[in-house]
Design a protein. Structure first.
Length: 100
């Protein structure tokens, strides 16, 4: 048997796709590992992190909280907001990080 041009092109395309897919999987594993390290460094679990990214969960939490004028609660909320922004910046930076 002979191989026609369509079969040859299809084989090369398939090989190229497999190579790109393997590279994307490798980068995904690398980024997930880095994400886990960042989340742990902030003393969070993955569930905590997912909940902090979920605006529905955040809204529900705010509805459950009472409107208090307590300065300590206000300060704690500001600290938590600052920590959340810091975590978000670190996670965004991970996307720009290249795999070693």
């Amino acid at each position: 048997g002979s191989v026609n041009i369509e079969e040859t092109l299809a084989a090369f395309s398939k090989a190229k796709r497999a190579k790109v897919e393997a590279k994307m999987q490798s980068k995904g594993k690398y980024l997930l590992k880095k994400l886990w390290e960042v989340v742990k460094s902030h003393g969070l679990t993955m569930e905590d992190w997912f909940n902090s990214m979920d605006t529905t969960y955040q809204r529900d939490q705010m509805l459950e909280e009472t409107d208090s004028e307590d300065e300590d609660e206000n300060e704690n909320r500001q600290d938590a907001d600052a920590a959340g922004r810091s975590l978000q910046k670190e996670i965004v930076a991970l996307q720009e990080d290249e795999e070693p």
